[in-house]
Design a protein around this ligand. Structure first.
Ligand SMILES: O=C(O)c1cc(=O)[nH]c(=O)n1[C@@H]1O[C@H](COP(=O)(O)O)[C@@H](O)[C@H]1O
Length: 233
């Protein structure tokens, strides 16, 4: 297991918002959050500078760009991202892409996370995308390949965390979005799990966006999730 010991460091808050709201959220969340995710919405609108600033201030940063392209482009792109000081970057879990990303990160310290099957997909969505087997099979196959290519972590639903641990081995980080507490709006997520159940299933990190940023008191919402993580450990 590579998981950090402090329950607080296992919560990754997804800053899916504009730059002004992201800066306000970071100020409001203060010491309650140590790890932030910057994806398409913020990354393409000033978020890279914020990523560098947060990393410089001692926060952990996860760049969620879900890269997928020809090997040369992925390798060079990851090498460029490695200079920003982030802890994680996502790529889609295709063999060429995973190999290239691992080559591109080199010894930089940036860790490659392979996205197996998006948490907004269920078996019907997988069938619509042309897969003749259930989502869990896709996750199983991709986790096994990720291990073979030396990928550092796996993104999946916590519903598959046990399966991923079995396939990907003891040292890979398991990162789980699709986290919802009882009563939360599910939105477009389909494979959702509560914070406590995600930890009990073996997740190392929980990615949470709207349930925190959309809460009346985001700091209290973050603290409540950290408490649920701590209780489940
Ligand atoms: O790579 C991700 O972070 C990711 C993978 C996945 O399968 N599902 C998923 O929801 N995510 C991201 O996790 C975050 C979840 O946000 P909320 O649904 O608002 O909690 C979003 O930023 C998604 O882009």
């Amino acid at each position: 297991m590579t998981a950090p010991l402090d329950p607080r460091d296992r919560l990754i808050v997804a800053l899916d918002t504009d730059i002004g709201s992201a800066e306000a959220a970071v100020a409001t969340l203060g010491e309650s959050v140590t790890f932030y995710k910057i994806g398409y919405q913020l990354g393409f609108a000033g978020g890279l500078a914020l990523a560098e600033r947060l990393a410089g201030e001692g926060k952990q940063v996860f760049l969620d760009f879900k890269l997928h392209d020809i090997g040369n482009t992925v390798e060079k792109g990851v090498a460029s991202l490695a200079r920003l000081g982030a802890a994680f970057v996502t790529v889609h879990a295709y063999p060429q892409t995973m190999r290239a990303a691992v080559a591109g990160r080199g010894e930089s310290g940036l860790r490659i996370l392979a996205v197996t099957a998006l948490t907004s997909y269920d078996d019907a969505d997988a069938a619509e995308a042309g897969y003749a087997f259930p989502v869990s099979e896709l996750v199983r196959m991709r986790a096994q390949q990720a291990r073979a290519f030396g990928v550092d972590g796996i993104v999946c639903s916590a519903a598959e965390a046990g399966l991923v641990r079995e396939m990907a081995g003891p040292t890979v980080s398991i990162v789980t979005p699709g986290i919802r507490s009882a009563g939360d709006e599910v939105g477009d997520q389909k494979r959702v799990v509560t914070p406590a159940d995600a930890i009990l299933a073996g997740a190392d990190y929980l990615v949470v966006g709207r349930p925190i940023l959309g809460a009346e008191d985001p700091r209290a919402a973050a603290e409540a999730i950290v408490a649920q993580i701590a209780n489940a450990l």
